[in-house]
Write a protein that binds this ligand. Structure first.
Ligand code: GLU
Ligand code: MG
Length: 424
Protein backbone atom coordinates (compact mmCIF):
# COMPACT_ATOMS: atom_id res chain seq x y z
CA UNK A 1 0.00 0.00 0.00
CA UNK A 2 1.28 3.49 -0.84
CA UNK A 3 1.73 5.67 2.22
CA UNK A 4 2.50 9.33 2.80
CA UNK A 5 4.01 10.76 6.02
CA UNK A 6 1.75 12.74 8.32
CA UNK A 7 3.17 15.09 10.95
CA UNK A 8 1.46 16.58 14.00
CA UNK A 9 2.05 19.79 15.90
CA UNK A 10 0.74 20.19 19.42
CA UNK A 11 1.16 21.77 22.80
CA UNK A 12 0.59 20.42 26.29
CA UNK A 13 -2.53 22.43 27.06
CA UNK A 14 -4.36 23.53 30.21
CA UNK A 15 -5.50 19.94 30.77
CA UNK A 16 -1.96 18.63 30.30
CA UNK A 17 -3.07 16.84 27.12
CA UNK A 18 -0.92 17.08 24.00
CA UNK A 19 -3.39 18.56 21.53
CA UNK A 20 -2.96 20.12 18.10
CA UNK A 21 -3.46 19.26 14.43
CA UNK A 22 -1.77 17.16 11.78
CA UNK A 23 -0.61 17.98 8.24
CA UNK A 24 1.11 16.23 5.29
CA UNK A 25 4.86 16.27 5.98
CA UNK A 26 5.34 17.27 2.33
CA UNK A 27 4.02 20.71 3.41
CA UNK A 28 6.41 21.07 6.33
CA UNK A 29 8.35 24.10 4.99
CA UNK A 30 5.11 26.06 4.65
CA UNK A 31 3.77 24.80 8.00
CA UNK A 32 6.93 25.96 9.78
CA UNK A 33 5.92 29.46 8.74
CA UNK A 34 2.15 29.52 8.94
CA UNK A 35 1.52 26.67 11.40
CA UNK A 36 -1.96 25.25 11.83
CA UNK A 37 -4.98 27.38 12.73
CA UNK A 38 -6.77 26.89 16.03
CA UNK A 39 -9.85 28.44 17.53
CA UNK A 40 -8.97 30.17 20.81
CA UNK A 41 -11.61 27.94 22.40
CA UNK A 42 -9.40 24.91 21.64
CA UNK A 43 -7.54 25.90 24.82
CA UNK A 44 -10.75 25.25 26.77
CA UNK A 45 -11.01 21.57 25.74
CA UNK A 46 -11.37 19.89 29.12
CA UNK A 47 -9.44 16.98 30.58
CA UNK A 48 -12.43 14.79 29.64
CA UNK A 49 -12.92 16.21 26.13
CA UNK A 50 -15.89 18.59 25.95
CA UNK A 51 -15.61 22.37 26.30
CA UNK A 52 -17.68 23.13 29.40
CA UNK A 53 -17.21 26.87 29.42
CA UNK A 54 -15.26 29.31 27.28
CA UNK A 55 -14.78 33.07 27.23
CA UNK A 56 -13.74 32.89 23.55
CA UNK A 57 -16.94 31.60 21.96
CA UNK A 58 -16.55 30.32 18.41
CA UNK A 59 -14.69 33.34 17.11
CA UNK A 60 -11.06 34.12 16.32
CA UNK A 61 -8.02 32.28 15.05
CA UNK A 62 -4.57 31.67 16.51
CA UNK A 63 -1.67 29.76 14.96
CA UNK A 64 0.25 26.83 16.39
CA UNK A 65 3.69 27.05 14.76
CA UNK A 66 5.92 23.93 14.88
CA UNK A 67 9.31 24.49 16.51
CA UNK A 68 11.75 22.62 14.23
CA UNK A 69 14.03 22.00 17.24
CA UNK A 70 11.37 19.67 18.69
CA UNK A 71 10.99 17.44 15.62
CA UNK A 72 10.37 13.84 16.78
CA UNK A 73 10.41 11.04 14.24
CA UNK A 74 10.41 7.47 15.55
CA UNK A 75 9.90 4.40 13.36
CA UNK A 76 7.95 1.34 14.51
CA UNK A 77 8.66 -1.15 11.71
CA UNK A 78 5.60 -1.51 9.47
CA UNK A 79 3.34 0.27 11.95
CA UNK A 80 2.75 4.00 11.54
CA UNK A 81 5.70 6.11 12.71
CA UNK A 82 5.41 8.84 15.33
CA UNK A 83 6.10 12.19 13.69
CA UNK A 84 5.37 15.25 15.77
CA UNK A 85 6.52 18.71 16.77
CA UNK A 86 5.86 20.93 19.72
CA UNK A 87 4.57 24.35 18.77
CA UNK A 88 4.18 27.90 19.98
CA UNK A 89 0.81 29.58 19.74
CA UNK A 90 0.97 32.97 18.06
CA UNK A 91 -1.53 35.58 16.96
CA UNK A 92 -1.98 36.71 13.36
CA UNK A 93 0.82 39.30 13.65
CA UNK A 94 3.28 36.69 14.96
CA UNK A 95 3.37 37.73 18.62
CA UNK A 96 2.99 35.05 21.33
CA UNK A 97 -0.65 34.43 22.23
CA UNK A 98 -1.35 35.50 25.83
CA UNK A 99 -2.64 31.98 26.66
CA UNK A 100 0.24 29.94 25.20
CA UNK A 101 1.42 27.51 27.93
CA UNK A 102 4.91 27.17 26.45
CA UNK A 103 5.32 30.92 26.41
CA UNK A 104 4.31 31.07 30.10
CA UNK A 105 7.42 28.98 30.84
CA UNK A 106 9.59 30.85 28.34
CA UNK A 107 8.77 34.17 30.02
CA UNK A 108 9.75 32.68 33.39
CA UNK A 109 13.12 31.27 32.29
CA UNK A 110 13.96 34.44 30.35
CA UNK A 111 13.18 36.60 33.41
CA UNK A 112 15.32 34.32 35.57
CA UNK A 113 18.26 34.66 33.22
CA UNK A 114 17.82 38.41 32.69
CA UNK A 115 17.58 39.20 36.40
CA UNK A 116 20.05 36.70 37.90
CA UNK A 117 22.25 35.48 35.05
CA UNK A 118 21.22 31.94 36.05
CA UNK A 119 19.59 29.24 33.97
CA UNK A 120 17.26 26.49 35.10
CA UNK A 121 18.42 22.91 34.60
CA UNK A 122 15.64 20.37 35.16
CA UNK A 123 14.38 16.89 34.50
CA UNK A 124 10.98 15.24 34.90
CA UNK A 125 10.70 11.86 36.58
CA UNK A 126 7.42 10.40 35.36
CA UNK A 127 5.53 7.51 36.92
CA UNK A 128 2.72 5.64 35.14
CA UNK A 129 0.85 2.34 35.14
CA UNK A 130 1.48 -0.08 32.25
CA UNK A 131 -1.53 -2.24 31.38
CA UNK A 132 0.66 -4.90 29.76
CA UNK A 133 2.12 -5.97 33.12
CA UNK A 134 0.38 -8.38 35.41
CA UNK A 135 -0.47 -7.02 38.90
CA UNK A 136 1.02 -9.41 41.45
CA UNK A 137 1.36 -9.08 45.21
CA UNK A 138 4.79 -8.15 46.59
CA UNK A 139 6.00 -6.84 43.26
CA UNK A 140 7.36 -3.34 44.22
CA UNK A 141 10.90 -2.85 42.89
CA UNK A 142 11.34 -6.55 42.14
CA UNK A 143 13.29 -7.81 39.18
CA UNK A 144 10.21 -9.94 38.55
CA UNK A 145 8.15 -6.76 38.07
CA UNK A 146 10.70 -5.48 35.57
CA UNK A 147 10.57 -8.82 33.75
CA UNK A 148 6.77 -8.81 33.61
CA UNK A 149 6.58 -5.67 31.49
CA UNK A 150 8.27 -7.65 28.69
CA UNK A 151 9.91 -5.57 25.97
CA UNK A 152 8.00 -2.36 26.70
CA UNK A 153 10.84 -0.72 28.66
CA UNK A 154 13.48 -1.63 26.10
CA UNK A 155 11.33 -0.33 23.26
CA UNK A 156 10.67 2.87 25.21
CA UNK A 157 14.38 3.54 25.81
CA UNK A 158 15.09 2.98 22.12
CA UNK A 159 12.24 5.32 21.11
CA UNK A 160 13.49 8.04 23.47
CA UNK A 161 17.01 7.78 22.05
CA UNK A 162 15.66 7.84 18.49
CA UNK A 163 13.92 11.09 19.46
CA UNK A 164 17.26 12.54 20.60
CA UNK A 165 16.57 12.27 24.35
CA UNK A 166 18.92 10.63 26.86
CA UNK A 167 17.15 8.15 29.17
CA UNK A 168 18.45 8.15 32.74
CA UNK A 169 16.36 5.32 34.21
CA UNK A 170 13.44 2.98 33.68
CA UNK A 171 12.27 0.98 36.68
CA UNK A 172 9.46 -0.91 38.36
CA UNK A 173 7.87 1.33 41.01
CA UNK A 174 5.98 0.82 44.25
CA UNK A 175 2.40 0.69 42.90
CA UNK A 176 0.65 -2.17 41.09
CA UNK A 177 1.85 -2.34 37.46
CA UNK A 178 3.56 1.01 38.09
CA UNK A 179 6.78 2.02 36.31
CA UNK A 180 8.85 5.16 36.05
CA UNK A 181 10.98 6.77 33.36
CA UNK A 182 13.43 9.64 33.81
CA UNK A 183 15.54 11.43 31.25
CA UNK A 184 18.67 13.55 31.57
CA UNK A 185 18.23 17.18 32.65
CA UNK A 186 18.05 20.00 30.11
CA UNK A 187 18.13 23.79 30.19
CA UNK A 188 15.04 26.00 30.24
CA UNK A 189 12.03 25.23 28.04
CA UNK A 190 13.73 22.13 26.58
CA UNK A 191 13.26 20.23 29.85
CA UNK A 192 9.49 20.63 29.60
CA UNK A 193 9.58 19.77 25.88
CA UNK A 194 11.43 16.59 26.81
CA UNK A 195 8.78 15.77 29.43
CA UNK A 196 6.03 16.11 26.82
CA UNK A 197 7.97 14.01 24.30
CA UNK A 198 8.67 11.34 26.94
CA UNK A 199 5.01 11.10 27.92
CA UNK A 200 3.90 10.84 24.28
CA UNK A 201 6.49 8.20 23.42
CA UNK A 202 5.55 6.20 26.53
CA UNK A 203 1.97 6.09 25.28
CA UNK A 204 3.13 5.49 21.71
CA UNK A 205 5.23 2.44 22.57
CA UNK A 206 2.48 0.95 24.74
CA UNK A 207 0.00 1.46 21.89
CA UNK A 208 2.25 -0.35 19.39
CA UNK A 209 2.31 -3.27 21.84
CA UNK A 210 -1.50 -3.34 22.07
CA UNK A 211 -1.47 -1.79 25.56
CA UNK A 212 -1.72 1.63 27.16
CA UNK A 213 -0.02 3.55 29.90
CA UNK A 214 -2.11 5.34 32.52
CA UNK A 215 -0.64 8.58 33.86
CA UNK A 216 -3.57 9.60 36.10
CA UNK A 217 -2.55 10.84 39.58
CA UNK A 218 -4.03 7.85 41.37
CA UNK A 219 -5.86 4.67 40.37
CA UNK A 220 -7.61 3.98 43.69
CA UNK A 221 -8.14 6.53 46.49
CA UNK A 222 -6.87 3.99 49.03
CA UNK A 223 -3.69 3.17 47.18
CA UNK A 224 -0.34 4.78 46.41
CA UNK A 225 -0.43 7.51 43.75
CA UNK A 226 1.39 8.19 40.51
CA UNK A 227 3.56 11.29 40.64
CA UNK A 228 5.60 13.43 38.28
CA UNK A 229 8.62 14.68 40.19
CA UNK A 230 10.44 17.72 38.86
CA UNK A 231 14.17 17.79 39.62
CA UNK A 232 15.77 21.18 39.24
CA UNK A 233 18.96 23.11 39.86
CA UNK A 234 20.46 26.40 38.73
CA UNK A 235 23.58 26.93 36.66
CA UNK A 236 25.53 30.11 35.99
CA UNK A 237 26.53 31.52 32.61
CA UNK A 238 29.53 29.18 32.44
CA UNK A 239 27.38 26.14 33.27
CA UNK A 240 28.72 25.81 36.85
CA UNK A 241 26.26 24.65 39.55
CA UNK A 242 24.74 27.57 41.47
CA UNK A 243 22.33 25.72 43.79
CA UNK A 244 24.74 24.08 46.26
CA UNK A 245 27.04 25.61 48.84
CA UNK A 246 28.03 22.94 51.27
CA UNK A 247 28.84 25.51 53.96
CA UNK A 248 25.28 26.97 53.90
CA UNK A 249 22.14 25.70 55.72
CA UNK A 250 20.69 22.68 53.85
CA UNK A 251 23.85 22.79 51.71
CA UNK A 252 22.23 25.54 49.60
CA UNK A 253 23.79 28.68 48.17
CA UNK A 254 22.20 32.02 49.03
CA UNK A 255 20.46 32.33 45.66
CA UNK A 256 19.44 28.65 45.85
CA UNK A 257 17.87 29.07 49.28
CA UNK A 258 15.96 32.18 48.14
CA UNK A 259 14.73 30.42 45.02
CA UNK A 260 13.41 27.49 47.07
CA UNK A 261 12.00 29.85 49.73
CA UNK A 262 9.96 31.47 46.95
CA UNK A 263 8.61 28.08 45.93
CA UNK A 264 7.64 27.22 49.53
CA UNK A 265 6.07 30.66 50.01
CA UNK A 266 3.87 30.31 46.91
CA UNK A 267 3.22 26.58 47.37
CA UNK A 268 -0.60 26.81 47.85
CA UNK A 269 -0.97 28.65 44.51
CA UNK A 270 1.61 26.45 42.77
CA UNK A 271 -0.33 23.37 43.85
CA UNK A 272 -3.37 24.56 41.86
CA UNK A 273 -1.23 24.23 38.72
CA UNK A 274 1.04 21.25 39.50
CA UNK A 275 -1.65 19.08 41.13
CA UNK A 276 -4.46 20.32 38.90
CA UNK A 277 -7.09 17.57 38.98
CA UNK A 278 -9.70 16.63 41.56
CA UNK A 279 -7.99 13.25 42.02
CA UNK A 280 -4.56 14.88 42.50
CA UNK A 281 -5.54 15.53 46.13
CA UNK A 282 -6.25 11.84 46.86
CA UNK A 283 -2.55 11.28 46.14
CA UNK A 284 -1.38 14.03 48.52
CA UNK A 285 -2.32 12.09 51.66
CA UNK A 286 -0.11 10.66 54.42
CA UNK A 287 2.04 7.56 54.02
CA UNK A 288 2.11 7.43 50.23
CA UNK A 289 5.59 8.83 49.63
CA UNK A 290 3.77 11.92 48.50
CA UNK A 291 3.88 15.28 50.30
CA UNK A 292 1.18 16.67 52.59
CA UNK A 293 2.93 19.85 53.81
CA UNK A 294 4.74 22.70 52.07
CA UNK A 295 8.12 21.66 53.48
CA UNK A 296 11.75 21.31 52.45
CA UNK A 297 13.86 18.39 53.63
CA UNK A 298 17.02 16.62 52.59
CA UNK A 299 16.57 13.08 51.36
CA UNK A 300 12.94 12.73 52.55
CA UNK A 301 10.44 11.25 50.08
CA UNK A 302 7.53 12.71 52.06
CA UNK A 303 8.73 16.30 51.55
CA UNK A 304 7.20 18.77 49.09
CA UNK A 305 10.73 19.77 48.06
CA UNK A 306 13.41 17.17 48.64
CA UNK A 307 17.11 17.94 48.35
CA UNK A 308 18.87 15.13 46.53
CA UNK A 309 22.56 14.44 46.54
CA UNK A 310 24.48 11.44 45.32
CA UNK A 311 27.99 10.26 46.00
CA UNK A 312 30.38 11.70 43.43
CA UNK A 313 33.95 10.91 42.57
CA UNK A 314 34.97 14.46 43.59
CA UNK A 315 33.48 17.73 44.85
CA UNK A 316 32.66 18.97 41.37
CA UNK A 317 30.71 15.81 40.47
CA UNK A 318 28.78 15.98 43.76
CA UNK A 319 27.92 19.64 43.17
CA UNK A 320 26.62 18.80 39.69
CA UNK A 321 24.47 15.99 41.05
CA UNK A 322 23.00 18.09 43.85
CA UNK A 323 19.44 19.08 42.95
CA UNK A 324 16.04 19.83 44.42
CA UNK A 325 13.05 17.62 43.65
CA UNK A 326 9.57 19.13 43.57
CA UNK A 327 7.15 16.31 44.48
CA UNK A 328 3.74 18.04 44.46
CA UNK A 329 3.17 17.42 40.74
CA UNK A 330 1.41 14.81 38.64
CA UNK A 331 0.73 14.14 34.99
CA UNK A 332 -2.54 16.10 34.88
CA UNK A 333 -0.33 19.19 34.81
CA UNK A 334 1.09 20.69 31.64
CA UNK A 335 4.88 20.56 32.10
CA UNK A 336 5.00 24.14 30.76
CA UNK A 337 2.65 25.50 33.39
CA UNK A 338 4.12 23.38 36.21
CA UNK A 339 7.74 24.31 35.53
CA UNK A 340 6.74 27.89 34.75
CA UNK A 341 5.10 28.24 38.19
CA UNK A 342 8.24 26.92 39.91
CA UNK A 343 10.48 29.37 38.10
CA UNK A 344 8.19 32.38 38.54
CA UNK A 345 7.83 31.59 42.27
CA UNK A 346 11.54 30.88 42.73
CA UNK A 347 12.48 34.14 41.02
CA UNK A 348 10.04 36.00 43.27
CA UNK A 349 11.90 34.50 46.25
CA UNK A 350 15.22 35.72 44.83
CA UNK A 351 13.83 39.22 44.12
CA UNK A 352 12.35 39.60 47.60
CA UNK A 353 15.31 37.91 49.32
CA UNK A 354 13.03 35.34 50.96
CA UNK A 355 14.58 33.12 53.62
CA UNK A 356 14.08 29.43 54.35
CA UNK A 357 13.00 28.26 57.78
CA UNK A 358 16.04 27.01 59.69
CA UNK A 359 16.32 23.21 59.37
CA UNK A 360 14.98 22.78 62.96
CA UNK A 361 11.78 24.79 62.27
CA UNK A 362 10.85 22.97 59.09
CA UNK A 363 8.45 20.69 61.00
CA UNK A 364 6.00 23.59 61.42
CA UNK A 365 5.41 23.93 57.65
CA UNK A 366 1.84 24.66 56.56
CA UNK A 367 -0.25 21.86 55.08
CA UNK A 368 -0.87 21.67 51.35
CA UNK A 369 -4.35 22.54 50.05
CA UNK A 370 -6.67 19.59 50.66
CA UNK A 371 -8.63 19.88 47.42
CA UNK A 372 -8.42 21.44 43.96
CA UNK A 373 -11.15 23.85 44.99
CA UNK A 374 -9.07 25.09 47.92
CA UNK A 375 -5.91 25.33 45.81
CA UNK A 376 -7.73 27.38 43.14
CA UNK A 377 -8.87 29.85 45.82
CA UNK A 378 -5.22 30.31 46.83
CA UNK A 379 -4.23 30.81 43.19
CA UNK A 380 -7.06 33.31 42.64
CA UNK A 381 -5.94 35.32 45.68
CA UNK A 382 -2.23 35.33 44.82
CA UNK A 383 -1.37 38.76 43.37
CA UNK A 384 2.05 37.68 42.10
CA UNK A 385 0.57 34.69 40.24
CA UNK A 386 -1.86 37.11 38.57
CA UNK A 387 1.18 38.98 37.23
CA UNK A 388 2.98 35.81 36.10
CA UNK A 389 -0.02 34.61 34.09
CA UNK A 390 -1.49 37.97 33.15
CA UNK A 391 -4.95 38.68 34.57
CA UNK A 392 -6.88 37.28 31.57
CA UNK A 393 -4.93 34.03 31.43
CA UNK A 394 -5.32 33.50 35.18
CA UNK A 395 -9.09 34.00 34.98
CA UNK A 396 -9.30 31.59 32.05
CA UNK A 397 -7.31 28.97 33.98
CA UNK A 398 -9.60 29.36 37.01
CA UNK A 399 -12.71 29.07 34.84
CA UNK A 400 -11.27 25.99 33.13
CA UNK A 401 -10.42 24.17 36.34
CA UNK A 402 -13.61 25.13 38.19
CA UNK A 403 -15.69 23.74 35.34
CA UNK A 404 -13.69 20.49 35.58
CA UNK A 405 -14.64 20.27 39.27
CA UNK A 406 -18.33 20.86 38.43
CA UNK A 407 -18.27 18.17 35.76
CA UNK A 408 -17.56 15.63 38.53
CA UNK A 409 -20.23 16.85 40.96
CA UNK A 410 -21.91 14.02 42.82
CA UNK A 411 -19.36 11.32 41.92
CA UNK A 412 -17.53 9.41 44.65
CA UNK A 413 -13.74 9.16 44.90
CA UNK A 414 -13.55 5.74 43.24
CA UNK A 415 -15.58 6.91 40.26
CA UNK A 416 -13.55 10.12 39.98
CA UNK A 417 -10.33 8.07 39.87
CA UNK A 418 -11.87 5.90 37.18
CA UNK A 419 -12.80 8.96 35.10
CA UNK A 420 -9.26 10.35 35.25
CA UNK A 421 -7.71 6.95 34.52
CA UNK A 422 -9.76 6.88 31.30
CA UNK A 423 -8.26 10.12 29.98
CA UNK A 424 -4.70 10.33 31.36
N1 GLU B 1 4.45 7.23 43.80
C1 GLU B 1 4.87 8.27 44.70
C2 GLU B 1 4.17 9.58 44.33
O1 GLU B 1 3.01 9.56 44.15
C3 GLU B 1 6.36 8.48 44.70
C4 GLU B 1 7.23 7.27 44.92
C5 GLU B 1 8.70 7.67 44.78
O2 GLU B 1 9.27 8.20 45.72
O3 GLU B 1 9.22 7.52 43.69
O4 GLU B 1 4.73 10.63 44.21
MG1 MG C 1 9.10 7.23 41.73
Amino acid sequence: MERERIGFVGTSDLAGHFRGKSFPMADLPARLVRGVGLAPSNMMLSAFGPIYETPFGTEGEVFLIPDPGTHVEVMFGDAAPEIFFIGDIRTFDGTPWAYCPRNFLRRAVNALEDETGLRLLSAFEQEFVYTGAEARPASPYRLDALRRQGIFGEALLAALRAAGLTPDSFLAEYGARQYEVTIAPAIGVTAADNAVITRELTQAVAFRLGQRTIHAPIMDPNDVGTGTHIHFSLVDGAGAPALPDLSGPYGLSEVGSRFIAGILHHMPAITAVTAPSVASYYRLRPNRWAPTTANLASLDRGAAVRLCSAPGSDGDTSARQFNAEFRVADAAASPYLALGMLVHAGLDGVRKKMALPSPGQAKGASRLPASLDEALDFLAGNGEARDWFGADFLDVYLMFKRSEIHSLDGLDEQEICRRYAEVY
